[in-house]
Each structure stands twice: as C-alpha cells, then as structure tokens.
Design a protein around this ligand. Structure first.
Ligand code: MF3
Ligand code: CO
Length: 252
C-alpha cells in the first residue's frame, strides 16, 4: 500500500531531507585524493547528528556504516573503511539517509575525486540527467511506469545499463516503503501517482553490463565486469501539478 503523507508529515520529511542536503554541502567538498571513506562517513554522521538527526543506515539490516560510500565499480552499499583511501581519478558515491522526528530523507551523489577521466565524468552527468528525465514527468495522475521508462531510455540511449537488483522506493516512517521504483519500466503501467506521495527516485547506472555481485561482507555490491557505476538520488514529494525535490543542496 502506498501511503499518502499529510502536510504535517511532509514538513517533517523536509527537515530530515534538509539534513541530507547539508551532508552534501559540507562533506562533498571534503572528497579528495588521500581521504578515507571512513572519514567521509564520520563527517556525514556529525552533520546529521548536529542537526538533531540519526544516520539511519547505521544498523539498518545490520549495515555497519553511518552512510554508504561506494567507489568506482561498487554500485551500492559500500562499507566505510579507514583502509579505503580515495585516489585521484576515482569516483565515489555518498548515499545518505537521515532520520528526524521519526521520518526519513534519503539521497545520493556521485563525486569525482581529483582529476577524473572524461568517461567517468560523462557517466556521472548522464546518471544525474536520468533522475531529471524521470522526475520531470512526475505529477498527480501520472503512472509510475512513465517515470521508470524515461530513466531507462536515457541511460540505455547513452550506452549504459541500469541495475536490476536495486530500486527506488517510497519513504516516510520507514526508509523503504511502497512503491518500489525500478530504473526500468513501461509507460502507462504501474501505480498512479497521487499528491502527498513521497518517493526516492534513484538511478543506479552501470557503464558496462548490468550484472552485479555482492562481496562476502554481505553488502558491497559491484559490477561483475569491474566497470564503474554511478548513483544519483533525491527524495521528492508529488504535488497536484508536479513535484518538489526535498534533498537538493542550497549552494553549489
Ligand atoms: N540509501 C539506500 C537507499 O537508497 C539504502 C541504504 S542501505 C543501508 O535505499 F543498509 F545502508 F541502509
Ligand atoms: Co534510497
């Protein structure tokens, strides 16, 4: 069941989402060669806690980190580690969930580390575009499949593939609620969007084949062919005439 949030609930989710955006504003600039993924997670947790929130990934299904930090071929659920040092030419995604007054906000950005090759930069750009291509269709009355198809077309049209094993999702009191939002689909199918639905749309785009494997730690998921992946996500609320994106940075 897809629950509709009241204006009061949306207001709280906005506050949770603001904490997530603050992480990108404050921790994004710390992404550089020589820093560990643990350091980035620690700083993200500080930002969330100083705003009165909880870094909700920690302990979720047993996940050990405050946020997910995924480097290069890791597509999702990278575990922060003091031993994992970012190097010039890497790309790294920070997937951040804040819980505030019982509600969640969730977003992800992929950053270049130092000087990064054209191909990885294009992957990051197209992944972000996939989000906007999908979200621009959102308004009350539209079918979710329209959004999913738009994301898939933009990714595949650029020679990339979309991951099948992970999807976007509704969000609220729970980090993951109905509906599930694959990054592929067919226009005219799926649930109809209603005002007050709060959704996480999150293209996870692979530069090679869409096959993934998970390491023995039970979390770290990477492309089988070793090629890099990117991830871009925002929490949005569906409105009568469109949508509002809740997790955008204020300054960039
Ligand atoms: N932020 C992820 C998502 O988009 C979930 C993180 S999984 C966790 O759904 F285990 F780290 F919480
Ligand atoms: Co999410």
């Amino acid at each position: 069941m897809i629950n509709i949030k009241s204006p009061r609930e949306v207001a709280i989710i906005k506050e949770a989402s603001r904490l997530v955006a603050k992480v990108f504003e404050e921790v994004g600039p710390l992404v550089k060669p020589g820093v560990s993924t643990q350091y980035l997670a620690d700083m993200a947790e500080k930002v969330i806690q100083s705003g009165g929130g909880i870094a909700a990934c920690k302990g979720y299904g047993g996940f050990p980190g405050a946020i997910c930090v995924s480097v290069n071929e890791v597509i999702v659920h990278g575990i922060p580690s003091a031993k994992k040092i970012l190097r010039d030419g890497d790309i790294v995604s920070l997937d951040v969930v804040a819980k505030y007054k019982g509600y969640h906000g969730d977003a992800c950005r992929t950053y270049p580390v130092g000087i990064v090759g054209e191909e990885k930069l294009r992957l990051i750009k197209v992944t972000e575009e996939c989000f906007w291509e999908g979200v621009k269709l959102v308004k009350a009355g539209v079918r979710l499949g329209d959004v999913e198809e738009a994301i898939q077309k933009h990714a595949e049209g650029n020679g990339y593939s979309v991951v099948r094993e992970f999807t976007g999702h509704g969000i609220g009191r729970e980090m993951h609620e109905d509906p599930y939002i694959p990054n592929y689909g067919k226009a005219g199918t799926g649930p109809t969007l209603r005002e007050g639905m709060v959704l996480c749309i999150e293209p996870m785009i692979m530069s090679g084949k869409p096959d993934v494997r998970t390491l023995g730690d039970g979390w770290t998921t990477l492309s089988k062919d070793g090629l890099p992946n990117a991830h871009y996500e925002n929490t949005i609320v569906v409105t009568k005439d469109g949508y509002e994106v809740l997790t955008l940075e204020e300054k960039l």
